[in-house]
Design a protein around this ligand. Structure first.
Ligand code: ZN
Length: 133
């Protein structure tokens, strides 16, 4: 499987960025019709998730909910001062997999792939790997 890198500059400390079109663009560069599309994120203070793209308030509410679960300050020892971002990243996870069917990402009608920034703004990237036939 060949992996390609997509650069993702983020613009604020916490942010959900819909990267579905960028991932789909990598799929379109292949001739793969049926298989799997994996997206992996090589960072420790950001995450990847799939959730609703119809109402932008959903992404906002997830960020607000995570902030309530994991306060910015607390009984943390990590000297860099961004322990909340590390914890949120581990809660959300570092990769997603989407089935490829008939040459398209088989996402649900209301689903999008989100890059979840928890300690930006930074220059980020994700790796996209597409396997199949
Ligand atoms: Zn840190």
């Amino acid at each position: 499987m060949k992996w390609t890198r997509i650069e993702i500059p983020t613009g604020s400390r916490t942010q959900f960025l819909d990267i579905t079109r960028s991932v789909e663009a990598e799929l379109m560069k292949t001739r793969i019709k049926n298989g799997t599309c994996s997206v992996y994120m090589p960072h420790t203070t950001a995450g990847l998730t799939i959730n609703e793209n119809a109402d932008p308030d959903v992404a906002r509410d997830i960020l607000t909910g995570l902030a309530r679960l994991v306060p910015a300050t607390g009984d943390y020892r990590h000297a860099e001062g961004n322990s909340d971002a590390h914890i949120k990243a581990s809660l959300v996870g570092f990769s997603v997999m989407v089935p490829v069917i008939d040459g398209r990402l088989a996402l649900g009608t209301w689903q999008a792939i989100y890059f979840c920034e928890f300690d930006g703004p930074r220059r980020r990237s994700v790796l996209v790997g597409i396997d199949g036939e």
